[in-house]
Design a protein around this ligand. Structure first.
Ligand SMILES: [Zn+2]
Length: 314
């Protein structure tokens, strides 16, 4: 597995963006769009100097390389990893049901032959362990987490594990998603549905963005379903290669909008600064959160000495 990092002046001192793709092997358009965005970020810097001056970027173009190889070579609609476990009838785990937050709840299967088989235990898949280790070691730095899927043109926020739980900062994330979706729409006029995972597409427990939001405390966590159109599209994930670039152009517009929100909110933070003054205002900082807005003009940071507690400071 290869993570591509893009950092001006060295990595680790600025807020960061994470974008992964290909967690589901058959969703071929996602690595294509992700690498297009990586190229655009680097090669067209004049268009967006702030994005490299103010942020670090981490791209994981191919989350599930073994599954992708199988999809390319022999089984076009293969979705899962390719792991085998003794005593189980079928091969492969749905890596997006394998995370350790509400593992094994709604819409994940304990049948190894299912397309949504969750694996024998949380983080049983080496792909998930690798990603979790990297993200955990960068959790203070990463402010924007995106995981790309296809297809059906949707933009989603946590939660996926249940229809009955609403995110603490649901309204704020929805507002941001809607604003970035407008930027996306303005590129090619494509419509994407915005909402939380469980109520927009279907419940999915053990998914990566619920885990990134709740276990790591990454403020802006999204997943997207790329083209084809959920309503009128006919090709689904078999979409034509000619769609890759227009799809990437509109999806990049979404990412730029969210990235600029990160710059606005966290751009002046030095990631290594200790934040040990003042009293903890856990709720005012938005985690598990009432509203992040209350903290916008104060600034927030994560304090490792008190896990899951944010401290506000002026
Ligand atoms: Zn998917």
């Amino acid at each position: 597995m290869t993570i591509m990092k893009v950092c001006k002046g060295g990595c680790g001192k600025k807020p960061a963006v994470w974008i992964d793709s290909g967690i589901h092997a058959r969703e071929w358009i996602t690595p294509a769009v992700n690498t297009w965005m990586l190229n655009e970020l680097v090669e067209n810097e004049d268009d967006h100097p702030d994005l490299l001056d103010k942020l670090d970027w981490y791209f994981l173009p191919l989350y599930n390389p073994d599954g992708y190889f199988r999809s390319r070579e022999s089984d076009r609609l293969w979705r899962k990893t390719t792991s085998s476990y003794q005593g189980l009838k079928c091969q492969g785990t749905d890596a997006n049901r394998n995370f350790g937050f509400h593992f094994g709840e709604a819409s994940s299967s304990d049948n190894s032959c299912s397309e949504i088989y969750r694996g024998p235990s949380p983080f049983s898949e080496v792909e998930n362990r690798n990603v979790a280790n990297f993200l955990t070691s960068h959790k203070r730095q990463i402010k924007f987490f995106m995981s790309l899927h296809a297809s059906s043109q949707m933009i989603m926020i946590p939660y996926g594990f249940s229809k009955n739980h609403v995110l603490g900062d649901y309204s704020f994330l929805m507002e941001l998603a809607a604003r970035a979706n407008k930027a996306l729409f303005n590129v090619h006029g494509k419509t994407y549905l915005v909402g939380d995972i469980a109520r927009t597409i279907y419940p999915a427990s053990g998914n990566s963005i619920d885990w990134a939001k709740e276990e790591l405390g990454i403020p802006y966590t999204f997943t997207m379903e790329l083209r084809d159109d959920w309503n009128s599209g006919r090709k689904g994930m078999m979409i034509a290669p000619s769609e890759i670039i227009p799809n990437a152009e509109e999806v990049w517009a979404f990412h730029k909008e969210v990235a600029r929100q990160v710059i606005k909110e966290f751009g002046n933070e030095t990631m290594t600064r200790e934040c040990n003054v003042g009293a903890p205002y856990r709720q005012e900082c938005g985690y598990p959160g009432i509203t992040r807005k209350l903290c916008e003009d104060k600034g927030c940071c994560y304090n490792d000495k008190t896990p899951n507690t944010y401290w506000c400071f002026k």
